[in-house]
Design a protein around this ligand. Structure first.
Ligand SMILES: O=C(O)CCC(=O)C(=O)O
Ligand SMILES: [Fe+2]
Length: 322
């Protein structure tokens, strides 16, 4: 069903580099010399694509109904050994100095944008040049970008998504234990006025040793008093609820960043925050570090970005004035 241009790792690297060149990733122009033997990724691409294909109807339905989707089980997307490998590759990128202090921007009432550091959060933007050090991370990003937009667009509910692989934005972030947070925000608050066409946020957590009720760092999604998220089971594939992973309160849902859980939501509409990581934990306890790999998928249907007629259009106002 999908072209799988991955017969060799070198080919994959070329493919990702060229597919990302339409955006701002021009720095990612690095090919292996013919004498180098690139490392082989461990992800089974065709199994991964089959999984995404099987999940696509549930993802599409849940995005349409709730504005977000979370995998019902921690290893629904990729097996535990792949997630463990991806975590190790993330740690490697950190050890070789790829990460930097993470910052964010806030907009005040007058529209003034200011930058602030996120305490205890470090991040990098992985791209094709990282293939040697983190082949599974790059392969994962490549498959997501090349597979998910078409898959979701082809669902009945997805007829209006217009998701595309025309640009590539990714972030690998680590959040330390000891009370680190991400404040409430919307990923793409300015939309077209800032040339930002990101529409779908896809986060993969890589925390196989996550301890529920101890480690904190849950992703809190604001769903609003209108009840856009009506149940905790609606996006479950098999009908089994996963109440441990998704704890619904009045107008928010908390999702644990455990195992290899994946969460998707509308980048321009859904307010969210990361709750404090284990407040009393040692900041240097690397076992408790929270790793997350995000890829943002843009839309070619610009009218869907900050669409005032969307059922999620008022969530931002509601969340920020609470
Ligand atoms: O890591 C998470 O759960 C969310 C991260 C986030 O909100 C962001 O990077 O914009
Ligand atoms: Fe975010």
């Amino acid at each position: 069903m999908f072209a799988v241009p991955y017969s060799t790792a070198t080919k994959l690297n070329r493919y990702l580099l060229s597919s990302s060149s339409s955006c701002c990733r021009t720095a990612a122009i690095a090919f292996f010399s013919s004498t180098e033997i690139p490392p082989e990724p461990t992800i089974d691409v065709s199994a991964f694509q089959t999984t995404l294909t099987n999940l696509a109807p549930s993802i599409s339905k849940s995005l349409t109904t709730n504005g977000y989707y979370a995998t019902p089980e921690p290893y629904s997307i990729l097996p535990e050994h792949s997630i463990q490998t991806m975590r190790e590759q993330s740690i490697h990128l950190r050890n070789i100095g790829r990460f930097e202090q993470s910052w964010s921007e806030k907009i005040d009432a007058s529209g003034k944008v200011s930058r602030f550091d996120k305490e205890g959060v470090f991040a990098c933007e992985p791209d094709g040049q990282d293939y040697h050090d983190a082949p599974d991370l790059i392969l994962y990003l490549s498959v997501m970008l090349q597979t998910l937009p078409d898959l979701l667009n082809s669902q009945q509910e997805g007829a209006e998504f217009g998701l595309s692989a025309s640009s590539f934005n990714a972030k690998l972030a680590v959040t330390s234990p000891g009370g680190s947070v991400y404040p409430l925000h919307i990923d793409n608050p300015q939309g077209l006025s800032a040339g930002d066409t990101r529409r779908l946020t896809c986060i993969l957590y890589m925390n196989p040793d996550y301890q529920d009720g101890v480690d904190g760092g849950e992703l809190r999604i604001f769903c609003g008093s209108g009840g856009s998220s009506s149940t905790t089971t609606s996006n479950s594939d098999n009908g089994n609820s996963d109440d441990e992973a998704k704890k619904k309160k009045d107008d928010v849902v908390d999702i644990t960043p455990d195992g290899g859980r994946m969460v998707l939501f509308w980048s321009d509409e859904i307010p969210h925050e990361v709750l404090p990581t284990a407040p009393t934990a040692d900041k240097l306890d690397e076992m408790r570090d929270r790793y997350a790999l995000t890829v943002w998928i843009p839309t070619d249907y610009y009218h869907t970005i900050h669409n005032p007629d969307s059922k999620f259009a008022n969530l931002g106002d509601e969340a920020f004035t609470k």
